[in-house]
Design a protein around this ligand. Structure first.
Ligand SMILES: NC(=O)c1ccc[n+]([C@@H]2O[C@H](COP(=O)([O-])OP(=O)(O)OC[C@H]3O[C@@H](n4cnc5c(N)ncnc54)[C@H](OP(=O)(O)O)[C@@H]3O)[C@@H](O)[C@H]2O)c1
Length: 248
């Protein structure tokens, strides 16, 4: 079975680093034309250059409706349509109960929930039957990591979006699924853990997994690529965990 995304046009938000970059790279390798986004024009252009000629980097802040409308207008003009949408951009914030400021709350909810609403709403008019929308969730929605309650709540909200939105889109032929990674080796995870200079923090996390390790960005991208493809044309409204069995 060879996954082909030939002739598909995709957008991956938050793809200047980590999981988003790996998803975009695999999409391009499978034949798609891909638009990637991040907040900084130079960073996103450099990421697109590293991925290759079928990747276009455009700056757009997912939490800003006007930015996302501009993004959709450019995609319409350049490609005329969208077949695959990956709502990947997200931010974390550490704050224990008692320390949750409005600023941290608004930043996480504005990016991880409102940003997903903007991403999907501006994309929908460009999509046709057969289109695939993939939301990137997290095991933090149920695993309850200390001081990550707002992030976990936002990621839990994606499950509600997925289930409700497929009903809102009844008859459209567009499907929506959530892929929820466990701990994945990215620079932002290492930074959040304080593991940049202390590898033992990664080992502690790895020991919690039934597979005894954390995951790689390609292990998430493999699954997202499968969900972007027509092989999953009858899968709709699911949440799939890419977590090495941590959820069990
Ligand atoms: N790594 C893990 O262990 C893990 C585990 C579970 C779930 N996840 C989820 O997987 C996804 C990717 O995570 P990652 O670890 O690869 O993170 P990352 O390396 O920090 O990447 C996040 C991306 O989002 C972009 N971004 C942040 N705010 C944005 C905004 N307002 N508008 C547009 N782009 C924005 C960042 O680019 P700029 O800063 O340049 O804007 C960056 O490209 C996220 O949804 C995350 O919650 C990750």
């Amino acid at each position: 079975m060879q996954i082909s995304l030939d002739s598909k046009v995709a957008v991956v938000t938050g793809a200047s680093s980590g999981i988003g970059t790996a998803i975009a790279r695999q999409f391009v390798e499978c034949g798609a034309r891909v638009v990637i986004t991040g907040r900084k024009q130079d960073t996103i252009e450099q990421a697109a250059e590293r991925i290759g000629p079928n990747c276009l980097g455009l700056a757009a802040d997912v939490s800003n409706r006007a930015d996302m409308e501009r993004l959709a207008a450019i995609i319409r003009e350049r490609f005329g349509r969208l077949d695959v949408v990956v709502a990947n951009a997200a931010v974390g914030a550490n704050a224990r109960l008692g320390e949750i400021t409005e600023e941290k709350f608004s930043k996480v909810i504005g990016t991880n929930l409102l940003g997903v609403v903007h991403t999907v709403q501006v994309a929908l008019p460009l999509m046709k039957p057969g289109g695939s929308v993939i939301l990137i969730g997290s095991t933090a929605s149920h695993e309850a990591p200390v001081s990550m309650s707002v992030y976990g709540a936002a990621k839990a909200g994606l499950g509600a979006f997925t289930k409700t939105w497929i009903k809102d889109l009844q008859g459209s032929g567009i499907r929506i699924n959530t892929i929820s990674p466990g701990a994945i080796d990215t620079p932002s995870l290492r930074e959040a853990l304080g593991a940049v200079s202390d590898e033992s923090r990664i080992q502690t996390l790895a020991a919690k997994s039934p597979l005894g390790r954390i995951g790689s960005i390609d292990e998430v991208a493999n699954v997202v690529t499968f969900f972007a493809s027509d092989f999953t044309s009858y899968i709709n409204g699911t949440e799939l965990y890419v977590d090495g069995g941590l959820k069990v």
